[in-house]
Design a protein around this ligand. Sequence first.
Ligand SMILES: [Zn+2]
Length: 325
Amino acid sequence: MYTQWRFILMTLDPVHIGTGGYRLGRVDLSIAREPGTNLPKIPGTSLSGAVRTYAAYRYERPQCAGQGQGDEVRAKKPHCRDRNCPVCYTFGYIRGPEGGHAGTVSIADAQLLLFPVHSMAGPVWVSTAGRLREAGLTVACPALSHGECATSLPERSIPQTDRASGAPVRDRLFNVGWLLLRCRREAVQVQPPSGAVEGDVAWQAVVRRLVLVDEGLFPQVVNSNLEVRTSVSIDPATGAASERALFTYEALPRATWLWGDVVEDDYRPDGFPAGNEKAASLGHTRPWHVVRDGLRLAEYLGIGGMGTRGFGRIRLTHEWKVSHG
Ligand SMILES: [Zn+2]
């Protein structure tokens, strides 16, 4: 018995999910990427760690956050391992005297859906028709070849007539970041599935400013428009910048949209501990509800690195059930 849930989220701050800090090209601290496409992503493990921690906050069970390794030295406690604990039921716990339990959800990597880029018509959100469809959205868009884009921007943003002669111009040049593309202003429409719960008004504004490009161009648009910042390490002894401590790091910019899946594999015969008092008061009746609440807290508490520099907040904007069996 499994159920697949899909979510869409939007970054409210720049988000930096590091790769362990090796130098790659022009930046010191690069972000996690999909090997095949070289596109940034939010790894499922990072989401899962944050979501578990916030779910444990919600249930006021701090010991059920984290990896659960009991550690005398740092006075950490192992997970509670209580069969009545919704956090441990959802995310699992490591082996204790009575054996471990693997958890009942798996959280996949969150992949890019819409990426914000500046243009001559102001901010636009770039994606591809294939990417939007893979996420389960309905897309109306003409077929595009390399170097072409299609947009949902209004006519006045990209005039389709020549200013001097008034003659119609079919292919206007339009910039996406520094890239200049032939723009086809044909009907581009994108819609979430009818059953999706939509939690954010920003979506309506964004779908009116879409620019779709072909799959081959998308990684270039993204990778040349990531946020790159420079910072310095502070020496805790002096409170001033450490010598030779200047470093650069990249991040997903604010207002990037991503999508991902959570699969519930609710195999345990005893089922979700819906009788837990806190679960009842939160209205949680299944593991997905625990995950969703954790995701919602990430709107305030953030994910990833550079949190003290104001990074990491994400907002859950859409959710729907994809399938079950
Ligand atoms: Zn627990």
